[in-house]
Design a protein around this ligand. Structure first.
Ligand code: ZN
Ligand code: ZN
Length: 413
C-alpha cells in the first residue's frame, strides 16, 4: 500500500489552473448517454498527452499506464449528461442542445455531476503519470459512457473490454453527491446502491364513446386498478424488514373527455438490495397486470417489457476497508464519513463483475455547509467547483495508490 507523496499533494495546488477551465468547458457542453462524441475526444486528447496507451471501447475511452511490476488498478468515471435544461445561474451553465436517439432536439445538462468525475479521473491519471517514481504496477483510467440509461458499462463489456485490457486486481468508482458536505468523502462495505429495473406495459382495451362505456373496454379503469393493486406487493408480499420500491412513474391513456381510448401505457420502476426481491416484485407486477387484464375482459394480452436494468452495487469488504484507511490517512478522520446505503442505482459494477474483480464505490460531497442543496438530476444541481474537484481528484489518487505497489526498489511494507 502506498499513499500520495508530498510531491503529489504539492502538485495538486497547481491543478485548479487547468482543471477549472476543463471542467467549465465540459459543463457547458454536456452530451446525452451513448452520444458523448465531443467529451470522448476531450478525454482522449488529455490521456494521450499524459502518455497513456488509449483505446476507444464501446463508446468509452480507456487509458492504460504500465509502470513495472505490481497490481493492476482500474478507476472508472462516467461521462454522460442528462436531457435537462439547466436553470442554475452559473457563468458556465450549459448552452448545449443535442439531437436525442428519438430525433428530438433537447437541452442537455451535467445534472448528475459526471463532469466532476471526468475531471477528477483525468486529474488522477495525470498525477499518476507525472509521478511514476512513487508507485509500481498498472493503472487503468476508464471513462464510461451511458451510465444514466444503464447502457454504457454493458456496451464496453460487449465490445471486448475484458479481452482488450489487462485484468484489474481491483476496480474503483466514485460519485459527487449532495451529502456529505463539500470537502468530505464517505465509504462503507456492503450493498450501497440498489438493484433497479424499469418496465413498460401496454394495456389493451376497446374504444367507445364516453357516453356508451358498455360498448367498449375501458383501459383507464384497468390501469387504475393495476396501480392500486400493485401497492400490496411491497406492503403484503415482502418481509417488513426487507427493502423494495415499486413506482408507477408514467401513465398515459386517451386524449379527450368523451372518448374511451383503446390502450393505456404505463412505465414502472423497481428497486431492491437483493436480486431475488427485485425478481419477486417484477414477477408480482406481471402476475397482477395479467390478472387484471383478464378481469377487465381485455381483448388482447398486455405487452410487458423490461429495460434499464441496473445491477446491485455491493462494495467488497476488504477493498472498502483499504479505501477507508487511505482516506483517513489522507483527509483525516473528521473528513471521512460512513456511507449510508442509497436507493439510487449505478451500472458501474458490470465492469468489475465482467473481470471477476472486487470493487469499491464511494461518494464525495459537492455542496458547502449551509448552502441550499438541489439534488442530482435537478435543473438547479450546481455543486461548488472547489473544493469538489480537488477532493474528487485526491480521493481517486489516494484510493488508487492504496492498491498499487510501492515504487521499485522501495522496501515493501
Ligand atoms: Zn444520474
Ligand atoms: Zn450520476
Amino acid at each position: 500500500m502506498t499513499a500520495p507523496t508530498d510531491r503529489m499533494t504539492a502538485a495538486l495546488e497547481d491543478y485548479a489552473s487547468w482543471q477549472g477551465p476543463l471542467y467549465e468547458d465540459l459543463h457547458r457542453h454536456p452530451e446525452l448517454s451513448m452520444l458523448e462524441d465531443r467529451t470522448r475526444a476531450k478525454i482522449t486528447a488529455q490521456l494521450t498527452e499524459y502518455g497513456y496507451e488509449v483505446q476507444t471501447i464501446g463508446g468509452g475511452v480507456v487509458g492504460v499506464l504500465t509502470n513495472g511490476d505490481g497490481p493492476t488498478v482500474l478507476l472508472r468515471a462516467d461521462v454522460d449528461g442528462l436531457p435537462v435544461q439547466e436553470a442554475s445561474d452559473l457563468p458556465y451553465a450549459s448552452v448545449h442542445t443535442q439531437v436525442d436517439a428519438a430525433g428530438e432536439v433537447v437541452h442537455t445538462m451535467h445534472a448528475c455531476g459526471h463532469d466532476f468525475h471526468i475531471v477528477a479521473g483525468l486529474g488522477a491519471a495525470r498525477l499518476l503519470a507525472k509521478h511514476r517514481e512513487d508507485w509500481s504496477g498498472t493503472y487503468i483510467a476508464l471513462f464510461q459512457p451511458g451510465e444514466e440509461i444503464a447502457a454504457g458499462a454493458q456496451a464496453m463489456v460487449d465490445d471486448g473490454l475484458v479481452e482488450k485490457l489487462p485484468r484489474p486486481d481491483v476496480c474503483l468508482g466514485q460519485h459527487v453527491m449532495t451529502t456529505p458536505v463539500a470537502g468530505k468523502v464517505a465509504v462503507a462495505p456492503g450493498p450501497m446502491l440498489s438493484s433497479a429495473v424499469s418496465m413498460r406495459v401496454v394495456l389493451h382495451g376497446s374504444g367507445s364513446h364516453g357516453s356508451m362505456p358498455h360498448l367498449g373496454i375501458d383501459p383507464v379503469v384497468l390501469a387504475a386498478a393495476i396501480v392500486t393493486r400493485i401497492q400490496t406487493l411491497v406492503s403484503r408480499e415482502i418481509a417488513p424488514g426487507d427493502f423494495g420500491v415499486v413506482t408507477v412513474g408514467s401513465l398515459h391513456a386517451g386524449s379527450s373527455a368523451n372518448v374511451i381510448p383503446d390502450r393505456a401505457e404505463m412505465q414502472l420502476n423497481f428497486r431492491a438490495y437483493d436480486e431475488q426481491i427485485l425478481d419477486h416484485l417484477v414477477e408480482g407486477v406481471r402476475r397482477m397486470v395479467r390478472a387484471e387484464c383478464e378481469a377487465a375482459r381485455s381483448p388482447q394480452p398486455p405487452t410487458i417489457e423490461l429495460f434499464n436494468h441496473f445491477p446491485l452495487t455491493d462494495n467488497d469488504e476488504a477493498v472498502s476497508e483499504t479505501v477507508r484507511r487511505a482516506f483517513v490517512e489522507h483527509f483525516g478522520a473528521e473528513r471521512v464519513e460512513q456511507m449510508a446505503p442509497s436507493t439510487g442505482s449505478e451500472d458501474f459494477s458490470i465492469i468489475p463483475d465482467a473481470f471477476g474483480a472486487p470493487y469499491c464505490y464511494w461518494i464525495f460531497g459537492g455542496f458547502a455547509e449551509g448552502r441550499e442543496i438541489a439534488p442530482n438530476h435537478s435543473p438547479l444541481f450546481a455543486p461548488d467547483q472547489q473544493p469538489t474537484l480537488r477532493v474528487g481528484t485526491e480521493a481517486a489518487v489516494a484510493a488508487v495508490l492504496a492498491h498499487l505497489g510501492a515504487p521499485a526498489g522501495a522496501a515493501q511494507g
